[in-house]
Design a protein around this ligand. Structure first.
Ligand SMILES: *Cc1c(COP(=O)(O)O)cnc(C)c1O
Length: 374
């Protein structure tokens, strides 16, 4: 295992092991430029994808980069029946000088393997994880957008492709990496989101898969997410399954509260919360900035009363896709409270700028978090 605290530039890579079979019909330069001029989240994909396959008793092989396109999958593929699947999400950032960089990719590689362990999937060597990204970005570099706050979103994933309806860990596993150019998450400036407290549903429970990044967790979050929409909110906040009173996280983002005295709190990791890389990067940046950050159990009750009394000044969520997102409203059937007048708070926007300045090379990377890949 590599050390997440080591500089990202030291993470091993075997990009050369991925055989490149160029797409014979890539998008024209004009069509690509048009796509890059109108970026949405996760709708447009680059000309290639990377892949590898694992077979029980043989290990990983078939590493290649090939044309992006539909998969051939047996209808009995185990993933379609039993959801043996995990994924990751990270971004490649283009700096002003034209170079391209990843943010802490070995942390994603390590988390991928922790998720793989929980889902009884094979370990993917860190050098394959990083190698696949370097090999893909090398052929699709022109797809890394250059406009402000845009990036190339990378989605590595692994799933049970064996055609077998019996219930056991599959013997054939596919690893894939696809890439999607994305624009600023908030077109037209950062806007606070409204959050609905999930009612009667939990995204994970003790001993479940809450700390693994697997599609199944997301499947379980979609119905409460739909109820959030029906109640005029964009996101859902999940409480713990055991006591139904402690904050856990949003469907795909970790959550922080900022007290009026400047102290920052976030739910401690209990095994039911996904350990976000943005989460612990934010904790480190805040602490190094001289702020007090406390990881603890936080009840919904204290958050609601804290917002009402003014003791809680800001709430924000964080994750790779949206970076740091202010929360302007928290609602449930029994209350509906506005945070900081529904405006983004100073601590929230400060940490957002601090983090994105490192990611886009506008501030010195004293942590060695960035890895140059082009
Ligand atoms: C991916 C994810 C996050 C955020 O993790 P980052 O590493 O910061 O992108 C938070 N919660 C869930 C459930 C996630 O899947």
């Amino acid at each position: 295992m590599t050390d997440t605290t080591a500089p990202a530039s030291d993470a091993p890579s075997n990009a050369a092991a991925f055989e490149v079979r160029p797409n014979q019909a890539p998008l024209s330069v004009e069509a690509r430029d048009e796509a890059l001029a109108d970026l949405k989240f996760g709708t447009q994909f680059t000309d290639h994808m990377a892949r590898a396959q694992w077979v029980s008793g043989e290990g990983w092989g078939d590493r290649r980069v090939e044309a992006y396109g539909p998969l051939q999958l047996d209808p009995a593929a185990a993933v379609l029946h039993y959801a043996q699947e995990i994924f990751e999400g990270l971004k490649a950032y283009r700096w002003a000088d034209g170079s391209v960089h990843l943010f802490r990719p070995q942390a994603n590689a390590e988390r991928f393997n922790r998720s793989a362990h929980r889902l009884a999937l094979p370990q993917l060597p860190v050098e394959d994880f990083i190698g696949s990204i370097e090999a893909l970005v090398a052929v699709d570099e022109a797809w890394v957008p250059g406009v402000e706050e845009s990036s190339l979103y990378l989605r590595p994933y692994m799933f049970a492709s064996e055609a077998f309806l019996g219930v056991r860990p599959a013997h054939v596993i596919d690893y894939l990496l696809i890439a999607s150019p994305v624009g600023p998450y908030f077109a037209g400036g950062v806007k606070p989101v409204s959050i609905w407290v999930a009612q009667g549903y939990h995204r994970s429970g003790p001993g479940g898969t809450g700390d693994a990044k697997c599609g199944g967790n997301y499947a379980a979050s979609l119905l409460p997410q739909q109820q959030a929409y029906e109640n005029g909110c964009q996101q859902v906040l999940f409480l713990d399954a055991k006591d139904d009173r402690y904050l856990e996280e949003l469907g795909g983002m970790n959550v922080f509260v900022v007290r009026a005295d400047g102290t920052i709190e976030t739910p401690r990791l209990t095994g039911t919360i996904l350990e976000g890389i943005t989460r612990y990067s934010v904790i480190q940046l805040l602490e190094d900035d001289g702020r007090k950050v406390v990881e603890k159990d936080i009840t919904l009750d204290e958050v609601r009363t804290g917002i009402e009394s003014g003791d809680i000044a800001e709430v924000f969520a964080c994750g790779t896709a949206a970076v740091v997102t202010p929360v302007g409203r928290l609602a449930s059937p029994s209350f509906d409270v506005t945070i900081n007048g529904g405006e983004p708070g100073d601590v929230t926007m400060g940490i957002r700028t601090r983090l994105t300045d490192i990611q886009y090379g506008r501030a010195e990377d004293v942590y060695g978090w960035m890895r140059r890949i082009a």
